[in-house]
Every structure is written in C-alpha cells, then in structure tokens.
Design a protein around this ligand. Structure first.
Ligand code: BGC
Length: 413
C-alpha cells in the first residue's frame, strides 16, 4: 500500500503541470516581466506555457481568445483586462478564486479599487498584476536641457514648447496612426479638457449631450493641433517602434502608458537621466489607470484538473516579492497598498502616490478597456481614427456622428 502511494506521488510530481497563458506581452520589458512570474511558477513545478498573440493593447489577443473559447479550446490562463472580465464571469467561464483571495488576505493587502476590480460580481475571478498610468508624458531630457525647456504643465506650455521645438526642427510628439494609439492620446486630452466627470460622461456614460459639448469639440481640435507637431509622415507602427523613435531623439515627447517607460529602461535608458516622465499637461491630479489581470479559465479537462496550478499562479502573482520585481520591470506599480517604495523610480512613485489618493483621482482608461464594453470601445476608437486620418473631416461633422453613435450605443444596452 505504502509503495503504491509512493509511486502515485512520484508519477504525479514527475509530470510537471503546465498552464497555457494567452497574452499580448511581446516587447523586451513585457517578456522580462513575465519571466519573473514564470520563474517563480517553475519553482512550484508548473510551466508557464506561453501563447503569445502580439498586438498592442491586446486587439488581436482578444479576438483569438474569443475564438478559442468558442472552439472549446480555452487556454487555462489569459491576460484579460477590463470590463469584459465581468462578462466572461457571467458566462461561468472563469474559475472562482475566492479561496486564494481569502488566504492571501486580498481585502487587506490590495488597493480597494483593485480589490473590487478582481471581483465583478462579488467573487474573485482574476489575479491582479499591476497598475499602469495611461496619462503619462515622456520627454527627452537631452533635448529639453539643450533648449532649456521645462516639462509642460498645461496646454499653453505645450503649445509654446511644441512651437520652439518646431523652430529647432524637432517634432514635438512621437506618434503612430494605430487606432488604439490615437485613442490612448485622445483620452488624456478629454481628461485634460475638463476633468473626471466630463471624461466619464464621454467614455463611461456615453452621454450624447457630452459629445455635442464644446469641450469635446475642443479635445478633437487639440488632437488635430497636436498632429501638426508629430513626425512626418505619421506611420502606422507598433508602440515599441514609436518608443524607439522617441529614444533616438526623433521626437522630443511621447504620450503613452508607462509600459513605454519599462521598455526604455529595458533598453538601458535611465529614468530622469535619459528621459523624464510627467503627467500629460492638465491631468496631473488624475491617475488614468489600466490594470493588468490574469483570468483562469474553467477547463474542459476531467475533474477541473488545472485548478490547483491556477490557484498557485494567482497567489504567486499577488505575492510581495513578485509584485515588486514584476512591476519594476513592467513600468507599472504594484497592486498592493504597501509596496517596496525604494524599488520605484520617480515615475512609479508619482503614479503610486496619486493612485493612493483613492477613487476621486482614479479614472478608468477607455482605450485599455477599463471604462466601457468592447463594442462601444471599438466603435468610438474607429470614429476617432477616421477623424485623425482625414483632415477634411470637420470637428462639427465628427461631433454629429458621435452624438448619433452615442444614441445607438445607449439604445442597444
Ligand atoms: C496593457 C499593457 C501592455 C500594453 C501594450 C496595455 O493594454 O495593459 O500591459 O504593455 O497594452 O501592449
């Protein structure tokens, strides 16, 4: 009997468990951050089996995930960000992680906003990795020092600096025409225009009146103004290519979530020495957040075979050591209320201190799926893209279309 048990133990421990993890982290820093988790997981004899669908902000990854689930081939784990978590949970497709959350005291250790984010319907269904700040402006310190410029605090500063840069023959902003990258810039402009309540009316409530508002017209106009100061031609490139241009000094500034900071660091560029990091002008009092989370899918395999490994992964993700190491590389901040602040650079510390102020300053990123459903998101991004690409489309025309769209989106709810 004893020998029997012993051999069962040997067989099961020899068969290392393996989890397929669908994600879109394909850049150098994203890989390095994932390696932190994978290495820790391996110590538990669990393989991180990478299912990589490269696509900035996860556009393609979400399509592949849907088709795999429909085909009955859900991965055991997926990077699943935003409001869609609740939808998948409603369908009963996500593992319940309440035990992990209880044992790990997530209610005490996580930021309250993160804690609620992990449990859309009162049960934990995702493990939170890190918090990105989307309203981040990176600037090239060498160019700024040479031209004796200080980072812009408001729109007027930005106009003055962009004009000076233009006279010096330097494009002010590195930018791609990829729809999600245009939208990432635009959401900060909406926030800058009139603060969180108006931003929420546009991106969360989709209030037709807000789209007809003069403030929305102004944000669109500003997007068009900024276009003048971007490198020409503005190409459709992925975010790492744009970050390269910024790193090479081909443009003086870049608006992008702070994953771009992680990427610059991974290429050997040092925060505050080679580049600076500040909030997008007029958004300094807000944290436009994007939370990275991992969801564990209920598997088709007999006896819910992967559950223990999935639970292990969830608890590893939230452990302090992994949180500090992972987020330092990724460019995000820890989801824990008390992280190791000594491990954070000035950019992360600013992000952390503003996020710690609580709900009144935390604004959900529209582009990165925190604000609304996928259909609304895709429709709005598509319309913005058209406006950005074609200077003949007027602001008024675009506003009219947005009002129509908002009415339809509201009715279809
Ligand atoms: C994700 C980040 C990722 C970025 C670029 C965002 O939506 O939250 O983790 O680094 O997209 O792909």
């Amino acid at each position: 009997m004893l020998i029997g048990l012993f051999s069962i133990f040997l067989t099961s421990s020899a068969q290392a468990e393996s989890l397929h993890v669908l994600n879109w982290w394909s850049s150098a820093s994203e890989h390095a951050a994932v390696d932190v988790i994978a290495a820790r997981l391996l110590q538990e004899d669990i393989d991180w089996n990478e299912v990589l669908i490269p696509s900035g902000s996860g556009v393609a990854a979400m399509i592949v995930l849907k088709s795999r689930v429909i085909a009955g081939e859900a991965p055991e784990v997926a990077q699943l960000n935003g409001t869609i978590i609740g939808d998948w949970a409603n369908l009963g497709l996500l593992q319940n992680l309440d035990t992990v959350a209880d044992i790990g005291k997530w209610d005490k250790l996580l930021f309250p906003a993160i804690y609620s984010w992990t449990r859309p319907h009162g049960h934990a269904v995702v493990a939170p990795l890190g918090i990105h700040r989307v309203n981040t402006l990176l600037y090239n310190t060498k160019i700024f020092d040479r031209l004796k410029l200080a980072p812009p605090q408001n729109w007027d500063d930005l106009v003055r600096i962009a004009t000076l840069l233009q006279n010096a023959g330097i494009p002010a902003l590195a930018q791609s025409t990829e729809p999600w990258q245009i939208s990432t810039l635009f959401e900060s402009l909406v926030l800058a225009e009139s603060g969180a309540p108006f931003y929420m009316d546009i991106f969360v409530n989709k209030d037709p009146k807000a789209y007809a508002d003069v403030r929305f017209a102004q944000a669109l106009q500003r997007l068009r103004t900024l276009k003048k100061w971007m490198q020409k031609p503005i190409k459709e490139q992925n975010w790492t290519q744009v970050t390269h241009q910024f790193a090479n000094g081909e443009a003086a500034m870049m608006v992008m979530g702070d994953w771009a900071k992680g990427e610059l660091n991974s290429w050997g560029l040092v925060t505050d020495t080679d580049f600076g990091c500040t909030a997008v002008p007029d958004t300094g009092n807000y944290h436009l957040f994007d939370i990275d989370t991992l969801a564990m899918f209920v598997s088709n395999s007999p006896n819910n075979r992967h559950i223990l490994a999935q639970q292990k992964l969830a608890s590893i993700v939230v452990s302090p050591g992994v949180q500090n190491d992972y987020n330092q590389i990724k460019g995000s901040i820890s989801v824990l209320r008390n992280p190791d602040l000594s491990r954070m650079d000035s950019c992360a510390r600013a992000s952390w201190s503003i996020f710690s102020r609580g709900a009144s300053v935390q604004v959900p990123s529209f582009t990165h799926r925190m604000a609304t459903d996928e259909t609304s998101r895709d429709t709005i991004i598509n319309e913005l893209h058209k406006f950005f690409m074609d200077d003949d489309i007027t602001v008024e025309e675009t506003q009219r279309r947005f009002v129509l769209i908002a009415n339809i989106l509201r009715k279809s709810k």
